[in-house]
Ligand binder design. Structure first.
Ligand code: NAP
Length: 259
């Protein structure tokens, strides 16, 4: 029997690596994408012991040509039924002190590459009439003032893209889930030059394993937006209902108070 395949960007560490382990255990073969080939090979060897075959794609997704190579894999490998759009970086400076180089790299990875790959997966899955795309956003998409605004903005962008993709692709048998983790204990913090354990109290930090378990459970439950830490799912439903309620009033001539 052929095993389904999941392509994961940012598979060399943190959330992406844990997804790879959990999807392998659920019967998936993997396409592992990141810059660090040695780490990906090591993960592939570990997953092989669990019976999963992995293709390793070494790619720097801030580089257009590398994004093109991953788009081609999504397009050509018809065994891929699951795309985890996960590679990302963060930055923690005060907004006005964000270096230009960081802004450009963050937008290239979190926005440009994430958009190109989401749409490439979307085109491939629509053509195959099935597939699941998981966009890894963040709770700061809802709460942008709590973090560096460039990072928050990149995650709000991904949230907006997910809403639009859901509207356009759902009818074609394609499922889009947006996952909004809160602070999760991964390397992203250290890479951004900070230590999550000194920055935040322990009760505000999730372990990667429990975050990914919750996200996969949310997908099983049919959620289109999953916020692993949110105790009451009705709060999210209310927020979504309030947002959609604005819809019919957003397109017209100026409102009375502006005349
Ligand atoms: P992480 O452990 O630092 O993992 C990030 C992954 O992205 C790594 O595999 C890294 O691999 C890859 N990556 C970084 N730059 C890349 C590039 N230029 N090209 C290709 N791959 C690149 O962090 P994480 O927390 O698991 O992050 C995964 C996602 O979760 C991100 O989108 C992040 O924004 C989101 N998220 C995280 C948290 C949190 O608190 N941890 C909260 C909300 C959302 P290489 O270095 O090998 O390339």
């Amino acid at each position: 029997m052929t095993r389904p395949k999941a392509l994961i960007t940012g598979a060399s560490s943190g959330i992406g690596k844990v997804y790879a382990q959990k999807l392998a255990a659920r019967g998936y073969d993997l396409v592992l994408v990141a810059r660090d080939g040695a780490r990906l090979e090591q993960l592939a060897a570990e997953l092989a012991k669990a019976g999963a075959k992995s293709d390793v794609v070494v790619a720097d997704l801030t580089q257009s040509a590398d994004v093109t190579r991953v788009e081609q894999v999504l397009d050509r490998d018809s065994a891929i039924t699951f795309f985890l759009n996960n590679a990302g970086i963060a930055t923690v400076e005060p907004l006005l002190q964000t270096p230009v180089e960081v802004i450009e790299r963050l937008v290239a990875l979190n926005v440009t590459a994430a958009t190109r790959l989401a749409l490439a997966a979307g085109r491939a899955f629509v053509a195959r009439k099935s597939g699941t795309i998981v966009n890894m956003a963040s709770i700061v998409a809802f709460n942008p003032e709590r973090f560096n605004g460039v990072y928050s903005g990149s995650k709000s962008f991904l949230m907006a893209l997910s809403h639009a993709m859901t509207r356009e692709l759902n009818e074609n048998g394609v499922t889009i889930q947006t996952v909004l983790p809160g602070a999760t204990r991964t390397e992203i913090w250290e890479r951004a030059g900070t230590d999550v354990d000194t920055r935040l109290p322990a009760e505000r930090i999730m372990d990667t394993d429990e975050m990914v378990d919750a996200a996969l459970k949310g997908l099983e439950l049919g959620e289109r937006i999953t916020i692993p830490s949110l105790p009451d799912a009705n709060q999210l439903a209310d927020a979504e209902a309030a947002r959609l309620k604005l819809g019919p009033n957003l397109w017209a001539h100026p409102a009375e108070r502006y005349r």
